[in-house]
Write a protein that binds this ligand. Structure first.
Ligand SMILES: Cc1cc2nc3c(=O)[nH]c(=O)nc-3n(C[C@H](O)[C@H](O)[C@H](O)COP(=O)(O)OP(=O)(O)OC[C@H]3O[C@@H](n4cnc5c(N)ncnc54)[C@H](O)[C@@H]3O)c2cc1C
Ligand SMILES: *[C@@H]1O[C@H](CO)[C@@H](O)[C@H](O)[C@H]1NC(C)=O
Ligand SMILES: *[C@@H]1O[C@H](CO)[C@@H](O)[C@H](O)[C@H]1NC(C)=O
Ligand SMILES: *[C@@H]1O[C@H](CO)[C@@H](O)[C@H](O)[C@H]1NC(C)=O
Ligand SMILES: *[C@@H]1O[C@H](CO)[C@@H](O)[C@H](O)[C@H]1NC(C)=O
Ligand SMILES: CC(=O)N[C@H]1CO[C@H](CO)[C@@H](O)[C@@H]1O
Length: 531
C-alpha cells in the first residue's frame, strides 16, 4: 500500500459535494483511513471532481491506493471471467463499476470506509452461490471479491481451523484432510465459506455436531465505524457473535472464520433413486430417519422429488459419518427397492467434489423455502401437490425443478443453544422440522415470472394446508430463501428487534444494510413480493 500525506479540507469538500446521507461524520472516516495508512486528501479523485459519480471516485481511489492487481476494472477480461464465475445467470448479469480483491483484512477495512466516503454501494462475494441478482455482486458499485483472503491454518492442538472467506468447502476439506481433521461445512465443493456460515450451514455431520454456524469458535469482522477488525466469540463481543450466527451480511464482513474441528473425514454414502410407486415408502423412511436422529447421529439425509426425462423420481442422498455398510438407521430405506444406488466410501472432499460435478453453472436459478412440523401424512400431501405442479414446470422451456425434503432434527436444534445460541429463533420445542425447498433452473429471462409465480403458489398452498393441520412453522432458512422472502422476520419479532439493536451498536450508520443493499436485510426481503 502506498502511504500518502496531505490536507484534510479537500476531503471534506469532496464529501460535501457528494451531499450524502447514512455515514459517520467524514472527519471520523478520514481519521480511520489515516490510521490505516491512507491519507485521502492526497488522492486526486477523492479531493476533487464532484462531476464524477461516487463509484468512479471510489474505484479510482482504490486503484490509486492499491495499484491495478487488486482492482479489476470494468470491461477487462479478468472482470468478465469473474462475473461469469457466479453460479446463477441472474448474478452473472450484474455489472459492478469495479471489482476489488483484498489480500489482507485491512484492505477490506479501507474499502468499507471509502464506500462511506463516496456513498458507492458494495457487495461481497465468497463462493458466489446465492442465486438472486445483487446478493453478492453490486450493480454499478464495488464488488468485493474475497478470492485472495484464502488462509487455511490449524492451531497448535488442531482443535480450531482458521479459514478465510476466499475459500470454498472443497479447498477447506482437502487442506484439513492432510491433518486427518474436518469441519462442519457445505456438502458441495464449490459452495463458499462466507455465505454458508453467516446464514446457517447444513453439513453431512450436522446430526452429530449441529449446523455450521453453531461450530464457529469466533469471527473476525470489519467494523463499519472505524474499520477495526473485531473478534466476536462467546467471550468477546458475545452479542455480535450471536448476531453473526444467522444474521447474514448485516453486521459486517467477516475476514476470518475460526471453526472447531473434528477427527476423521471418511463418509459412506450415496444417492438411491426410487420410482414413483415407492414414494410413500420413501416418505415413511425419511420421517423415520429424521425422528431417530438422536439414536444414531452419524446418519444424514435429504430427498429430492423431481421429473427426470419424463419420469417422476425420488432421489435420496443417504450418508453415514463413518465407514459402516448398511447401518441399521437406514433400514427402512434399504427395505424399499431402488432403481439405482451409488453408495461407496469416500472422504468428505471426494464426496463434495462428486456433488459439485453435478452442479451446473450459468443457468437462471431460484431457491425458495418454508419449514413445517414434520408429519408423515402432511409430507405425502405435499408430494402429491408437487407431482401436480411438475407438468406445469416442464411446459416452460428448458426448465426443471426439484422439491427437496430435509429435516432439522432434535440433535441439530439442541446444538443451536451452544455458546449463547444463534439468531435463527428455533428451539427444541419446534422439532423435528421439515425443511422444504424448491430449486428451479431454467434458461432465459422470459421464464422468470412463470417460474416464480408457480413456486410462490405452490408454497402458498402448502402453507395454507400446514396451517389448517396445525403444522405451520414460521422459520425460513436464509440459505435456501428466494429474493421475495423476508428471512429475518421469520426468526421472530424478539430476535428481529435484538438483531436491529445489535446492528445499531456496531454499525450505527447502517452501512452494511444500506450501502450493501443485496441479500437479506434486517427489515426486508431483497425485493418486495409481487405475487
Ligand atoms: C448447489 C448448491 C448446493 C448447496 N449446498 C448447501 C449445503 O450443503 N448446505 C447448506 O447449508 N447450504 C447449501 N447451499 C446454500 C448455500 O449455503 C447458500 O447459497 C450460500 O449463500 C452460499 O454461500 P456463498 O459464499 O457461496 O455465496 P455468496 O453468493 O458468495 O454469498 C452469499 C451472501 O453471503 C454474504 N457473504 C459472503 N461472505 C461473507 C463474509 N465473509 N462476511 C459477511 N457476509 C458474507 C454475501 O455478501 C452474500 O450476501 C447450496 C447452494 C447451492 C446453489
Ligand atoms: C469496452 O469494451 C468494448 C468491447 O468489448 C470496447 O469497444 C470499448 O472500447 C471498451 N471500453 C473501455 C472503456 O475500455
Ligand atoms: C463499463 O464501461 C462501459 C464503457 O466501456 C460503460 O458504458 C458502462 O457504463 C460501465 N459500466 C459500469 C457498471 O460502470
Ligand atoms: C471402508 O470399508 C470397506 C468395507 O466396508 C473397506 O473395504 C474399505 O477399505 C474401507 N475404507 C477405508 C478407507 O477404510
Ligand atoms: C395454489 O393456489 C393458487 C391460488 O392461491 C392456484 O392458482 C394454484 O393453481 C394452486 N395450485 C398449485 C398446485 O399451485
Ligand atoms: C415470511 C415470508 O416471507 N413469508 C412469505 C412466504 O411465502 C409466502 C408465499 O409462498 C408469502 O405469502 C409469505 O409472505
Amino acid at each position: 500500500m502506498k502511504f500518502l500525506k496531505e490536507t484534510v479540507l479537500a476531503v471534506c469538500a469532496a464529501t460535501q459535494a457528494l451531499a450524502l446521507p447514512s455515514q459517520a461524520p467524514p472527519g471520523e472516516i478520514q481519521t480511520a483511513l489515516a490510521n490505516l495508512g491512507v491519507d485521502v486528501a492526497t488522492i486526486p479523485q477523492l479531493s476533487g471532481n464532484p462531476t464524477e459519480n461516487g463509484c468512479q471516485i471510489a474505484c479510482n481511489a482504490l486503484s490509486h491506493i492499491h495499484g491495478s492487481e487488486k482492482v479489476i476494472a470494468n470491461n477487462t477480461t479478468a472482470y468478465q471471467s469473474i462475473t461469469h464465475s457466479y453460479w446463477s445467470a441472474q448474478q452473472g448479469e450484474v455489472k459492478p463499476a469495479c471489482i476489488f480483491a483484498p489480500t489482507v483484512d485491512t484492505d477490506v477495512s479501507i474499502v468499507i470506509l471509502l464506500s462511506q466516503l463516496t456513498q458507492c454501494p458494495f457487495a461481497a462475494k465468497s463462493g458466489g452461490h446465492a442465486a438472486f441478482s445483487g446478493a453478492s455482486n453490486s450493480q454499478g458499485g464495488i464488488t468485493i471479491l474475497f478470492r485472495d483472503l484464502n488462509e487455511i491454518t490449524l492451531n497448535e492442538d488442531r482443535s480450531v481451523a482458521s479459514i478465510g472467506p476466499g475459500n470454498n468447502w472443497g479447498q477447506v476439506y482437502k487442506a484439513l484432510e492432510r491433518h486427518d481433521v474436518t469441519v462442519v461445512g457445505g456438502r458441495m465443493s464449490d459452495i463458499g465459506v462466507g455465505g454458508l456460515l453467516t446464514g446457517g450451514g447444513i453439513s453431512y455431520c450436522s446430526n452429530l455436531y449441529g449446523w455450521a454456524l453453531d461450530n464457529v469458535e469466533s469471527f473476525e469482522v470489519v467494523s463499519a465505524i472505524d474499520g477495526n477488525i473485531l473478534t466476536a466469540s462467546a467471550t468477546q463481543h458475545p452479542d455480535l457473535y450471536w448476531a453473526l450466527r444467522g444474521g447474514g451480511n448485516n453486521f459486517g464482513l467477516v475476514t476470518k472464520f475460526n471453526l472447531y474441528t473434528f477427527p476423521g473425514s471418511l463418509l459412506r454414502g450415496g444417492t438411491r433413486v426410487f420410482s414413483e410407486d415407492q414414494f410413500s415408502n420413501v416418505i415413511s423412511a425419511f420421517v423415520d430417519v429424521a425422528e431417530k436422529a438422536n439414536d444414531d447421529p452419524n446418519a444424514q439425509q435429504y430427498v429430492m422429488f423431481a421429473n427426470l426425462g419424463g419420469t417422476n423420481v425420488a432421489s435420496a442422498e443417504l450418508t453415514y459419518a463413518q465407514n459402516v455398510s448398511n447401518p441399521a438407521i437406514f433400514e427402512t430405506y434399504h427395505a424399499t427397492p431402488a432403481i439405482s444406488d451409488s453408495t461407496s466410501s469416500r472422504t468428505m472432499s471426494q464426496y463434495a467434489d462428486d456433488g459439485a460435478a453435478q452442479d451446473p453453472y450459468g443457468m437462471r436459478d431460484v431457491f425458495w423455502n418454508r419449514s413445517y412440523k414434520l408429519d408423515e401424512d402432511f409430507a405425502n400431501w405435499v408430494v402429491k401437490l408437487w407431482l401436480a405442479v411438475l407438468p406445469r414446470i416442464s411446459s416452460i422451456s428448458n426448465a426443471m425443478a426439484g422439491l427437496t425434503f430435509q429435516a432439522i432434527t432434535d440433535p441439530i436444534l439442541e446444538k443451536m443453544t451452544r455458546a449463547g445460541g444463534n439468531a435463527l429463533g428455533l428451539d427444541e420445542s419446534n422439532g423435528p422440522i421439515l425443511l422444504l425447498h424448491v430449486l428451479g433452473m431454467w434458461n432465459g429471462a422470459s421464464g422468470d415470472d412463470a417460474i416464480y409465480r408457480l413456486i410462490n403458489d405452490f408454497f402458498a398452498n402448502v402453507t395454507a394446508e400446514a396451517d389448517s393441520r396445525g403444522l405451520g412453522n414460521k422459520f425460513i432458512y436464509m440459505n435456501y430463501a428466494s429474493h421475495v422472502q423476508d428471512v429475518i422476520a421469520s426468526y421472530g419479532a424478539d430476535n428481529k428487534a435484538k438483531l436491529q439493536k445489535i446492528a445499531s451498536k456496531y454499525d450505527p450508520a447502517g452501512v452494511y444494510q444500506t450501502l450493501q443493499p443485496g441479500h437479506f436485510k434486517l427489515t426486508r426481503s431483497p425485493v418486495p413480493n409481487p405475487y
